[in-house]
Ligand binder design. Sequence first.
Ligand SMILES: Cc1cc2nc3c(=O)[nH]c(=O)nc-3n(C[C@H](O)[C@H](O)[C@H](O)COP(=O)(O)OP(=O)(O)OC[C@H]3O[C@@H](n4cnc5c(N)ncnc54)[C@H](O)[C@@H]3O)c2cc1C
Length: 468
Amino acid sequence: MRSKVTILGAGPAGLWTALSLLNKYTDIDITVIEKEDVPGGITASFQYRGMIFDYGSHRLHPATDPELLKGIEDMLDGDLLKRPRNGRIWLEGKFISFPLKPLDLLFNLPFSFSFGVAVDSLQSIFRRKKEGSSFEDTLLAGLGKTISSRFYFPYAKKLWGLPPLELSPVQARKRIASGSIGKMIKKALSSLKGSSGETGIFYYPRLGFGQIAEVTAASIKKKGARILYNVEATAVTIPANGRQGVVVTSSGERIDTDFLFTTIPVTEFIRLLQPVPQASVIEASEGLSFRSMIFCILEVKSSQYTPYDAHYFPGADICFSRLSEPENYSMAEKPASRTGLCFEIPCSDEDDIWRLGNDDILDMVLNDLRKTDLPKPEIAEFTIRRKKNVYPVYDHDFSSRLEIIEKLLGSLTQTISLGRQGLFVHDNTHHTIEMGIAAADCLSSELHWDKKKWADYRELFDSHVVVD
Ligand SMILES: Cc1cc2nc3c(=O)[nH]c(=O)nc-3n(C[C@H](O)[C@H](O)[C@H](O)COP(=O)(O)OP(=O)(O)OC[C@H]3O[C@@H](n4cnc5c(N)ncnc54)[C@H](O)[C@@H]3O)c2cc1C
């Protein structure tokens, strides 16, 4: 009898769990269930008006483990480009380079900003830099008042929807790689090494970031796995004590499973469980929230809008957090006199903006774009896309709620939740791929789960810090 493994979600975590299992074992039947019509989850790409777009700016960071990078490079067969980073931040009416550059910081920032940072740096000698009781005081301790209150605090509110005082200090540890002025200066200085510096480059597939997921999915299929697209898991009975579980799908199929990996949002997984878990688990799960995102995609009548890959907008007066121009990432073929723009608008799916009509969203974006120095784009066509569950929200209660859910999940012997959504983390793509590889490493051919090994991996995952 061949064992049956089911994987929920065909984002990077689900795909790499499948691929790594298939590389190890030939006697396991794997079914991957994906509710979208393509693989990749948030890392997927899509075509619009002859151009390739991602769901917001996506890049493979040089922090990726070299062996994994080599594996991805081989799978992409010459299509993984090494590109120089070339972004800008709109800060108090001026653009400064991102990644940060020393000269730019010295001469291009508003004087009061540079002066404030200089004073904060001197004071930092006397500051205690330990984790505070909130995102706000952790950042103040590490970075001082100027950078925190004039850059990170408004940006944090925009991205995660809460004032910095209401965000957990864990958010600062996980999301702010340069948590002290010293680290920030070191990073800025590393840009002097040019494109050989770690912060100066990124990797990007020629046909869009989603090409990584596409080649991975193709490889999985070739190795014999079944990937069901446009199919949603709608109910799950977990496998336990050697007894098979069942995944019920939106297409009416009932998939028997000996071992289950889930990479879908953990809150959604809890909702699917049958029998329904204890009230405390449901309550904890309902208390966790994710941010959503609206993507405003423009086809612009020009061969290039700006030479920059991405522009970042921390200010509260502008609805979008980032603008990217895919052409500057991939140099992919496109109509000669056209370029594409993607504006990312973070929000909650309970906000009024989530329900705004497409024309209203475009008006809002163009109105806010006028507040910057960027040129007015001549628009040929536009479209709006929406995605839920883009960022987990780390309020002060998230870890106690997650603990209750983890207790239940940890008691399951033949079910593992992983990936960015499954572990409620902010991680990058390379982190979630590593999770998939680790998961396969913990499962034996007899489907025995090595709990100790997984616990060690979980400790490693806990040290992940997101790169922007
Ligand atoms: C705006 C933005 C920009 C980012 N930029 C970068 C970047 O530059 N570099 C980087 O390394 N990372 C970046 N990331 C992070 C990256 O997108 C994630 O690390 C990655 O997508 C996580 O993969 P995953 O498989 O864990 O989750 P996901 O990609 O979310 O995959 C989960 C999958 O589960 C599916 N699913 C959900 N519910 C069901 C259901 N009931 N049944 C079946 N399927 C279901 C979803 O459709 C999805 O395909 C960015 C993220 C965002 C939001």
